[in-house]
Design a protein around this ligand. Structure first.
Ligand code: ADP
Ligand code: MG
Length: 544
């Protein structure tokens, strides 16, 4: 009944890489195994919603059992457990999509690499950092058969039936000679407190006298009162939740009671996840119903333009058996979503005002995503427009400006907010379209992001002032500075216009005396309500 299986070729190199690259950060193996144990308990709690008989009488918990005499460390949980097939599939192959990417992302920076392990779902293999032999005994809740999986991490693993009285999983590590520190109860307690304090179920250690001691608060982090939580706590929880090695830029924790009852904890990350630009990847918040984990990446709780936000919602107002389909059509979801949007925008306003340096980091990382909101979220588009940052002719040093700042600087006669969309700042600064504006001291916003074209075609006004492209229409400059001389010139050039028009025939609509040029002899302009040159170009490219 003993089966030998070979690890996939990739598993072997992954194991070697992992052991090699994390030698000075070995303790993270415990974080990963506790995280798996805690996931297993979450899964059992979730399945027990429809099959209550699966839940035993014991409280769900994780036990850490060092045994110096045997040289082993056991991590035990009474969660969902695994069948023989589960073990072969989950502990023997790492074909799951993230692995190759994980290996390509290893940077040599141990702190970063340690966090990557959790992010890419290869945590179990970190056992081999400290163990030269790993045995897993597991019994799936609701079944009678238990299976033992074992491996020395050198290319193959074995599976065979075994005895196990209760459902759940024991991971037994034969600790390497050099790593005996991981059999010391004090060392283990220290690590658990460091990484797992916020885990919502008890984590206990069996000390040298054989007694069990609970190491953590064993309360879901977000249910603890805000007054009790320090910045470091929020940061640590973020790293756990988002599998990020960087601290978040900011966060907001709310408990809402009354009509709707929920807790939300949202974070603005400092760094884009590798999924940010992958439209197929699900993104979103974790959803809990009355402390029971329901799903991660619940995209329905935030609009797509806020997909960079991490965090969770725990509510009493959705059924435990809620599915993505139910979420999509639910009034509760809509209400929570609207409140969350407001909170994220509040967070961003606050950051922009009080921590401009942080806001710069945010803008450089997520600005292009937030811009989608100007178009997609019409109810909030003016608020989002305030958060936009852009280059401008007023600040050639490259500092970005905002629409409210632009409006403050507008001259008295100026009626519109002027912008130019181009491919690059260099192209923008040498554009003949800007000459007349520069001469008259009028500020022009320089928009170089691909999405800007789309944004300005939807954001037609800000603070009651129309947004106008400098490349479109000509009339505006007249209003700002009208000269008698201009009118005179106009009539004296009449013949020239007619000649030019005759030569260009249908290729132009109109030939006019330009007020926007000072040095260049001529330029092409789009009519007021036509497509801009750049949009025309983009459409032409797309059609190829
Ligand atoms: P991840 O946790 O990101 O999925 P891991 O390598 O840590 O990646 O674990 C691989 C898989 O092995 C898990 O997804 C789970 O299916 C299974 N597994 C690991 N540990 C346990 C456990 N204690 N109980 C039940 N299943 C487990
Ligand atoms: Mg894991």
């Amino acid at each position: 009944m003993t089966d030998k299986h070979a690890f996939q070729a990739e598993t072997k190199s992954l194991l070697r890489l992992m052991i090699h690259s994390l030698y000075s950060n070995k303790e993270i193996f415990l974080r990963e195994l506790i995280s798996n144990a805690s996931d297993a308990c979450d899964k059992l709690r979730f399945e027990a919603i429809s099959r209550p008989e699966l839940m035993g009488t014991d409280e769900l918990a994780v036990e850490i059992i060092p045994d110096k005499a045997a040289g082993t460390l056991t991590i035990r949980d009474n969660g969902i457990g695994m069948t023989r097939e589960d073990m072969v599939a989950h502990l023997g192959t790492i074909a799951r999509s993230g692995t190759r990417e994980f290996m390509s992302k290893l940077s040599g920076d141990q702190a970063k690499d340690a966090q990557l392990i959790g992010q890419f779902g290869v945590g179990f293999y970190s056992s081999f950092i400290v163990a030269d032999d790993v045995t897993v005994r597991s019994r799936r809740a609701g079944t009678d058969e238990a299976t033992e999986w074992s491996s020395k991490g050198e290319g193959e693993f074995e599976v065979q039936p075994c005895e196990k009285a209760t459902s759940g999983t024991d991971v037994i590590l034969k600790v390497r000679e050099d790593d005996k520190e991981f059999l010391e109860a004090s060392r283990l307690s220290f690590i658990v407190r460091k990484y797992s304090d916020h885990i919502g179920l008890p984590i206990r250690i069996r000390d040298d006298k054989g007694e069990l001691e609970t190491l953590n608060q064993a309360r879901a982090f977000w249910t603890r009162p805000k007054s009790e939580l320090k910045d470091e706590d929020y940061q640590a929880f973020y790293k756990h939740l988002a599998h990020d090695f960087e601290e978040p830029l900011s966060w907001a924790h709310h408990k809402v009671e009354g009509n709707l009852e929920y807790t939300s904890l949202i974070y603005i990350p400092r760094r884009a996840s590798f999924e940010l630009w992958n439209r197929e990847a699900h993104q979103g918040l974790h959803l809990y119903v009355k402390r029971v984990f329901i799903m991660d990446k619940a995209a329905e709780l935030l609009p797509p333009y806020l997909r960079f936000v991490r965090g969770l919602v725990d509510t009493a107002d959705l059924p435990l058996n809620v599915s993505r389909e139910i979420l999509q059509g639910s009034r509760t979801t809509e209400k929570i979503k609207a409140a969350l949007v407001k909170r994220v925008l509040d967070l961003l306003d606050d950051m922009a005002e009080k921590k401009p340096e942080d806001y710069k980091v945010f803008w450089n990382t997520f600005g292009s995503v937030l811009k989608e909101g100007v178009v997609e979220d019409t109810a909030n588009s003016e608020r989002i427009a305030k958060l936009l940052r852009m280059a401008s002719t007023k600040d050639p040093a490259g500092e970005l400006t905002s629409l409210p700042e632009y409006v403050k600087r507008m001259t008295e006669a100026q009626k519109s907010i002027y912008f130019l969309t181009t491919e690059s700042l260099t192209a923008a600064r040498s554009s003949p379209h800007l000459e007349g504006f520069a001469k008259r001291g009028l500020e022009v916003l320089l928009l170089t992001d691909r999405i800007d074209e789309w944004v300005v075609s939807n954001l037609t006004q800000f603070d009651g002032k129309p947004l106008k492209s400098v490349a479109q229409g000509a009339a505006e400059l007249d209003d700002v500075v009208e000269t008698a001389e201009q009118a005179q010139q106009e009539s004296s050039f009449k013949d020239v216009f007619e000649r030019v028009k005759a030569v260009l025939e249908d290729r132009v609509q109109e030939v006019q005396l330009s007020k926007r040029l000072t040095d260049s002899p001529s330029c092409l302009v789009a009519p007021d309500f036509g497509m801009s040159r750049r949009l025309e170009k983009m459409l032409a490219q797309g059609g190829e």
